[in-house]
Design a protein around this ligand. Structure first.
Ligand code: C2E
Ligand code: CA
Ligand code: CA
Length: 429
């Protein structure tokens, strides 16, 4: 058994490079010594694919080749393999131009093939990667460093997954803003301080409001309004979306329970496809409805295609079960990139919500108008009704009605509003 002392250098067995633990030890030393360091982070993107295509031996050979290359890359830089598909380099402070030049060289090398020999066979292997680099300030801690890496990695995940990212002031400000938002979200999850607004949905056939969508609202403790368009995707990334959805579910059920006479057929809540597969999903929905004495027919669930990533059969089963209890589903954000239309339409949705980008297609061009008419026909033939989202003008409302879109949600009729305002809004209607 090897007993390591605290300051011992430990290495990755495959490449012989220093490992994650040693990386932090070295960083700590620089920080303690008040030294500004250049940190380079290299994330391989296709290691799994290489392993699948050529076998693990070739994948290992590739990492060894890269290790060799990085080890001898530049005087003063130490290379690390910090996890399966990640390398780091730690070097001295240098002018930004020099850092850029070095990154340019590394990137160029990674665009070329690597020669890997196993059992006498030669393979030419390509492996994509992205690169993040920054100067670590002496006052920064290990946690700051980790936060920077995580933030930059999520920027890559959310935007394009290629190229070089220099962690500049802008990215730093962006990161601090995200930190603030996530602190507020965490606080709101713990204290259930989210508010729920409701946006009425107009039915063209009946000529009145028949439904509403619940939309979460969050004000930071300093009163700043935080947009769900921003914090919901962040909550998804940070694993908080489930907790948020359960809070919304409870608040909406309570509101429905407190207003048995509300002149609406139902209210919809936003959920994710993954949640439907959560084994506690049905229980939570039924539990909340029971607790507040609300009939299932008064609840609708909106999900976007984006969040249904697997197991359509199971999703279909849960949807069918809840539909049997009166709880129907809407397909949300239709028109924002439907890669799998056939699968989506095989799910038992009650209605399809046409995204604002589709509705905007009606502005002007004949082609746009024809497309919407055609999509509407397809949906109607499949027995779905359509909710048009983001209708802002009388002109759009008229066009939507002419295309026989069944329901309309948008600022033209009403903006989202607090529950009590919804009650008076509907009384006045
Ligand atoms: P969404 O589900 O597509 O919700 C509709 C969004 O369009 C809402 O934005 C609504 O305020 C906005 N909207 C409605 N009519 C108009 C209009 O005429 N013009 C324009 N420009 N916008 C209109 P909001 O409330 O900012 O929510 C943004 C997104 O955040 C939602 O998009 C949804 O994806 C997410 N979200 C909101 N509340 C929740 C929630 O409780 N749970 C979950 N999981 N996501 C939520
Ligand atoms: Ca929605
Ligand atoms: Ca939508």
């Amino acid at each position: 058994m090897v007993i390591q002392t605290l300051n011992e250098v430990t290495c990755d067995a495959l490449t012989g490079l220093r490992d994650w633990k040693t990386f932090f030890m070295d960083v700590e030393r620089k920080i303690a010594g008040g030294i500004r360091a250049h940190v380079i982070f290299i994330q391989l993107l296709q290691l799994k694919r290489v392993n699948r295509k050529y076998g693990v031996q070739v994948g290992d050979g590739l990492l060894e080749e890269m290790g060799e290359y990085l080890k001898n890359l530049e005087e003063g830089y130490i290379a690390y393999r910090t996890n399966n598909s990640r390398f780091m380099l730690l070097g001295p402070e240098c002018p930004k131009e020099k850092a850029d030049e070095l990154l340019g060289r590394i990137r160029q090398r990674f665009e070329d093939v690597w020669l890997v020999e196993t059992d006498g066979e030669r393979h030419e292997v390509l492996a994509k990667a992205y690169f993040i680099h920054f100067f670590l300030e002496p006052k920064e801690t290990e946690n700051d460093l980790l936060e920077k890496i995580n933030h930059a990695a999520s920027v890559f995940r959310l935007r394009e997954r290629k190229g070089i990212l220099f962690f500049n002031e802008e990215l730093n400000a962006d990161m601090l803003h995200n930190r603030y938002v996530m602190e507020e979200v965490r606080y709101a999850v713990e204290n259930k301080t989210f508010q729920i607004y409701y946006q009425p949905i107009y039915d063209c056939g009946q000529g009145g409001f028949v439904s509403a969508e619940s939309l979460i609202r969050l004000f930071g403790r300093d009163g700043t309004f935080l947009s769900p368009g921003e914090f919901i995707p962040m909550a998804e990334e940070n694993g908080l979306i489930d907790s948020i959805s359960w809070i919304v579910l409870e608040k909406v059920c309570r509101f429905l329970g407190e207003h048995p006479q509300l002149p609406l057929k139902n209210i919809s809540i936003n959920m994710t496809g993954q949640q439907i597969l959560d084994p506690t999903f049905i229980g939570r929905i039924e539990g909340n409805l029971d607790q507040y004495g609300v009939d299932g027919s008064r609840l609708r669930i909106e999900i976007t295609e984006r969040t249904i990533t697997e197991d359509y059969a199971e999703v279909r089963k849960v949807m069918a079960y809840l539909a049997g209890k009166g709880i129907q589903f809407y397909l949300d954000d239709f028109g924002t990139g439907y890669s799998n239309l056939a699968s989506m339409l095989s799910l038992p949705f009650e209605a399809i919500k046409f995204d604002q980008s589709l509705i905007n297609m009606m502005n002007g061009t004949d082609k746009g108008l024809r497309t919407i008419s055609l999509l509407a026909d397809i949906m109607h033939e499949n027995d779905y009704y359509i909710v048009a989202e983001g209708v802002e003008t009388a002109e759009q409302m008229k066009l939507a009605k002419e295309r026989s879109l069944d329901r309309i949600q948008g600022y033209y009729y009403a903006k989202p509003m607090p529950g009590e305002d919804l009650v008076s809004f509907l009384e006045a209607d």
